[in-house]
Design a protein around this ligand. Sequence first.
Ligand SMILES: C[S@@+](CC[C@H](N)C(=O)[O-])C[C@H]1O[C@@H](n2cnc3c(N)ncnc32)[C@H](O)[C@@H]1O
Length: 207
Amino acid sequence: MHMQLIFVIEHLEPEIGKWLLYEYAHASKIVGKKHLMFTNVRNKSDWTKLSKLGKVETRSATEIFSREKVLILDPKADLPLTPEDFAGKGVLVVGGILGDIPPRGRTFRLITKRFRETTVRNLGKAHFSIDGAIYMAKLVNEGTPLEKIPIKKGLTLKLNEHAEVYLPYAYPFKDGKPVISHNLVAYLCSDKIVKDEEKLLKTRAQL
Ligand SMILES: C[S@@+](CC[C@H](N)C(=O)[O-])C[C@H]1O[C@@H](n2cnc3c(N)ncnc32)[C@H](O)[C@@H]1O
């Protein structure tokens, strides 16, 4: 336990929007750039963006690491993650997948199934963000049992007197505050997200 781990984010979204980039940047801050690797990064401009946050690989984690060394975090796993699970492992794989409600089981389809016979664990029933899942795994690797980490399901961000945004995911809490990217909170509370969404809808309508 408490061994040097490589935290791997298997990038599986077709593009890197702001939301995803903020989660990735926060994950890099949590574990440190030297301990983070992005795999399955096929696009050159994505490669450039992500190389500021960690090591970047074009190949999938399934092609790079041998399955005995790997621990996968998948909400569909049968067993919860424990500190003992890290014994003999060197690589923790998390899906570079944005949350969807209801969950579509993409971690299972796109990672777990392709890795066959690897150790696969969950963080409980609720879905965490990518950075939140990495934070949880870091603490468990350092010896904290999963059930001792404070979490809260659902987070409400107050935009102003009249409006709020509800995030239906689970968030770890540290010193009474949710572990979430400050840049993401600022983005969600700004009108930029409304403009980005409008642009996205227009682009989709033109396709
Ligand atoms: C935002 S989640 C996306 C989950 C995706 N909607 C699915 O159904 O598989 C991003 C990543 O965080 C990790 N994760 C989040 N919540 C988890 C949980 N409860 N158990 C295990 N892994 C979790 C997984 O590696 C997952 O791929």
